[in-house]
Design a protein around this ligand. Structure first.
Ligand code: NDP
Length: 283
């Protein structure tokens, strides 16, 4: 079974558009997402455009603040301070990566926790660890929604997450653990990775290596979630971390790239924006 993030996104967005309409009527304004983009990295510009289009389609107000790559950290912190203090702003997203002369950790921590739409703020990270209500990072949230969509009962399953980044691997592992999976986290220093991934009933891959997970690394009937977004070095086309054509016949469920977790990430960003808006209205 191929689980389309595109289809699930379309359904979720239709529901959210209706929700935004009702909320806007009730509170006299629409939820407002502000994206801060520093520099003109083409991939970042394309992501920001995607976020802006998705917001527009749902009736969410979107502002993109573009700053020159030479902006100082202090100036950027000033921009964030203004947004933090603006009651008309519900979500603040700092498009990463930031230029090297800027300390990303400091900038992310400067966003008010209740406007941290990406769930990257240290207090949101801590709340996730402590199983408190929090804004979840979008891609991990997308993984969990896709598993739900596929009707996977996570409890008691052996899950392997390949990748341990703060924005994908670690939070996915925590969410799977909270859903009562038995979780192994693998990474670049894992010995005999194939023997670890073959143990997985649920395999989540977020490493950033095109088609790295081959058929021999996946057990028959596994559920495979491919987070990777890469360019195939041979064809130049978008591809995941999983060799889809080889792995799909073995997997019971698999997500494609493109059209898998990519669209879900943006959809979850919209979900978070609406939830923060509701919170700002005292709901
Ligand atoms: P990072 O580069 O931050 O982390 C990569 C992780 O993969 C690290 O933990 C690294 O291990 C591990 N890794 C790298 N090479 C190997 C290897 N050969 N074997 C085992 N583990 C390895 O990446 P991100 O988590 O930010 O992103 C991962 C992928 O997901 C990328 O392709 C990215 O583009 C994509 N992505 C997609 C999103 C979407 O919307 N669909 C959103 C975010 C990311 P170690 O810690 O030891 O270095």
């Amino acid at each position: 079974m191929i689980i389309s993030g595109k289809d699930l996104s379309v359904r979720m967005k239709a529901e959210m558009a209706e929700e935004v309409k009702q909320l806007s009527e009730k509170y006299g304004r629409a939820p407002h997402l502000v994206v801060v983009l520093v520099g003109d990295d083409p991939a970042s510009v394309s992501y920001v455009t995607g976020k802006s289009k998705a917001s527009e389609a749902l009736g969410i107000r979107n502002t993109t603040i573009r700053k020159d790559v030479s902006i100082s950290e202090e100036e950027l912190l000033g921009v964030i301070d203004d947004l933090n203090n603006d009651p008309g702003v519900d979500g603040i997203l700092i498009q990463l990566p930031l230029p090297k002369h800027i300390n990303s950790d400091r900038v992310i921590a400067a966003v008010r926790q209740d406007k941290d739409v990406d769930g990257f703020h240290p207090l949101n990270v801590a709340d996730l660890q402590l199983k408190r209500p929090c804004t979840l990072p979008c891609t991990p949230m997308g993984v969990m929604l896709m598993l739900k969509e596929a009707g996977i009962d996570i409890q008691g399953k052996r899950a392997v997450v390949v990748g341990r980044s703060n924005i994908v691997g670690l939070p996915v592992a925590k969410l799977l653990l909270d859903a009562n999976a038995t979780v192994t986290i693998a990474h670049s220093r894992t010995k005999d990775l194939a023997s670890v991934t073959r143990e997985a009933e649920i395999l989540v891959v977020a490493i950033g290596r095109p088609k790295f997970i081959t058929a021999d690394m996946v057990s028959e009937g596994a559920v495979v979630m491919d987070v990777g977004v890469n360019r195939d070095p041979v064809t130049g086309k978008l591809c995941g971390d999983v060799d889809f054509d080889a792995v799909a016949p073995k997997a019971s469920v698999i997500t494609p790239v493109p059209g898998g977790l990519g669209p879900m990430t943006i959809t979850c960003l919209m979900r978070n924006t609406i939830d923060l808006f509701r919170r700002h209205q005292g709901e």
